[in-house]
Every structure is written in structure tokens, then in C-alpha cells.
Design a protein around this ligand. Sequence first.
Ligand code: HEM
Length: 425
Amino acid sequence: MPVQTPRTSRASTPRPPAVRASDIHSARDSGALSAARLYDAAKYRTRHPHSYLRSTRVSSMSPTDVPACPHAAAAAARRRVADLARTIAPHPTAAEVAGVGEVYVYQEDLKKCRADLRAFIDEVNCHPILLRLAWHDAGTFDNTIGTWPQCGGANGSIRFDPEMDHGANAGLKKAIGYLKQFNEKYPNLSWADLIQLAGATAIECAGGPKMYMRYGRVDTATPTQCPKEGNLPDAEAPYHDGADPDAATHLRRVFYRMGFDDREIVALSGAHTIGRAFKERSGVSTHGYGESGATKFSGKGCPVAGGMSKQSGCPAANVVRADGVPGLGMPGGQPWTKRWLTFDNSYFKKEYTDEPELLWMSTDRALHEDPGFKPHFDLYADDQKAFHRDFAAAFVKLSECGARLRPINGIKINEDPPRRMVWRG
Ligand code: HEM
């Protein structure tokens, strides 16, 4: 008779139930588990990184989490769970909320804030500077650094002086100043969310694509958490990150570090379809503030720039805004396109070739001269829909670079994107 092997004690020993990261968050969000229980659960997961890995969807991980080898995977999982455990108890900030009700309140605040931002942008015509602010907060991201907030990115750190004083951010204090009133009215919202919400709203108000963003970004807490200077691109050589004077190489070095490819670089650069450069800020243009610094497209007195509208009957009249309403905010500076408050594909039509007063930098030129960038540039010149689709996807990705979302799947204020909008990854 075959001897029956006794069942191992493993089967009979009670072991803690497997807990997935999403369980921890939803339990915390619904208030079902106490902080102490959640802490225990997270600690258990710290000791069992493999079960954590199995149950965590890769799509919910940032590029920095993707493990290189099994050992690195275990270490990465331990770090992530330890991070998770730390965030549970001590400071629930902004979207790092305790209950479903609070997520709802946060979402409602986002929507109300968006409505206020729309009215403000419509009045001040500050679309471009808000978009530039959002890009500069997120664009410091370094996907070779696996810890937060050292990796930089969309974490609101640009509001602190050490980062705002970086050379690349010249002029952006004004944009933070614009957002202060919204921060005071909606103190619940994190700065990181407010900045990205303003960028997305600016694009939409300028006639650009709808942004399927996620919110719930956690803020950096102190000025000491700002990234080092030098992560954003330079417009002209010499490029700070290497002796190579080639603009295309420089762009790749900067954007590959964030996790973008050639197509995304070209799509994102299309943001220069709106906005201007100023002598007093970046210095890449000889055109400065005010009427005296304006080109024929950026002065108030000029009919082309919005002093008069099409309706005024002036044959030369044109307007820079997408909705045809005259207005340009502060006069001055040098734009890349004629209608520089309209988020269309005119950047890719190289209007500067007929209009010497328009701006074109070495990094802009690289996009239609470099063989890797050129096919995408040409596509967007012919097909505005393709530009809008790819820009929206790349910008949403940019807005989550280095972002730590609470709750972990984020909070949406637009319904889900149509299938064709889902980024190819
Ligand atoms: C590709 C590398 C890039 C370089 C070298 C670059 C450089 C610059 C420079 C020098 C200015 C002028 C700033 C001033 O003098 O006020 C500027 C403005 C601007 N940039 Fe970029 N940029 C790049 C990419 C991007 C991206 C990816 C975005 C957004 C997704 C963006 C959005 C803007 C906007 C909207 C403005 C106009 C700001 C205003 O009118 O106040 N840029 N950029």
C-alpha cells in the first residue's frame, strides 16, 4: 500500500492573505481598513516581493519601475512597497486621500478649477506660458533615477525658487503668479496637478486636442527636493550636456532620458505652434517686451496681430486666437507662427520661410533636417489630426513623467479616450 505523504505544514499554517497594491489603495480609499492594518499589509508585501510583482500590473508602473533582472525586480518591489507603506499613515496631501468621498471632492474641485482657468485664460490670453510651465515642471524627469522625488518630473517642484531660478525657466515666475489665486481658491489640489491642469486647459482653449489626463499628483514638500539644473533642452549650441554641437543629438539625449522616442519628440515640439520667445527671458530672440519689441504678429497696434478682427473689415486683418476673437495679452516677443494663440499644425508648415519675422531655432530646424525626425514632421504638416492625436498622447505621457499618483490609478475629469487615442507604448 503506498505510504501517504503527510501534507506539508505549509498547507495548514495560516498565512496572511495575499494583498495587492491596488487592494491597499482601494481599502484605504474606502476607509475599510485602519491605517495600522494597511501598514501591516504593506509590510507583509515588503517581505514577499514576488507576490507583489505578480499582482502588480506593469502598465501601472512608471518606466523607472520596470525591472532589469529578477534581483533588481525584487529590490525595486521592496523599495516601492516601502514607499507605499510610508505614504499610508503620515501626511495625506491633496489627492492622497482617505475615502472615496474625498476622491469625489477632489475630482469636483478639479472640474471647478478647470472652469475658472478657462475663464481666466480667455481673458488674459496666457495659454502659451501656462503650457510652457507645465512642460518645464515635468521635463526635468530622469528615468535613470529610480527614487522619487530625485527623479524629477511633474511634482510641482518648479514653484520653489531653487528650480524657478534655473536659466531655462526664465520668465516662468509670472505663470506661477497666475496660478497662485487658483491654489488659494482650491487648496485641496496639489500644485503638481494645478500646473498640469493649467497646461492641458491652455491647449484645449487654444483649439488643441482634448487631454485625457489623470490627476492625483503628490507634491514635493520642500525646496530641497528640486532636481539639479540642466535637464531641460537648450535651443542653440553650445549645448550644456555635451560638446556635440548637433541639435538633433541634443534633443535625443534630453528626451530619451525622459523615455520619449523620435515621433514623440517631434509631436511635443509642435507646442511651439503657440507662444513667443522674448529677449528678456530666453534671449533666443532679439524681440522683447512691449510694442517696441513686437514683430508684426505680436504687437497690439498691428491689425494682423489682433488689434482689429476679421469682422473689422480691414483686408489685412487676422487674429491669433483660435476662436477668432481679437486679443493677444501682453504685446511683444517673437512667435514661431502667425496665429500663435491657435493650437493648429501651422508650426509644421514652416511659415518662417516666407515671414522672416517669425522665429526658427536650431532645435526647430533639426526636426525637418534630421532623417529620423523628418518623416514625422512632414506627416504633421499634412495631417493636423495626426498631430493632435500624437501630441495629446505624448503630452499626457509627459504630464505623468515622475508623477506619483494618489490614488494609484489617478483621478480623471474627462471620460476615457476613444480607442484610437490609446498610446501605442
Ligand atoms: C524641443 C526642445 C525645446 C526647446 C529647445 C524649447 C525652447 C524654448 C524657448 C527658448 C522658448 C522661448 C522662451 C521665452 O523666451 O520666453 C520656448 C517657449 C515655449 N515653449 Fe519650448 N522648447 C522645447 C520644447 C517644448 C515643449 C516640449 C513644449 C510643450 C510641450 C514647449 C512649449 C513652449 C511654449 C508654449 C512656449 C511659449 C511660451 C510663451 O509664449 O510664453 N516647448 N521654448
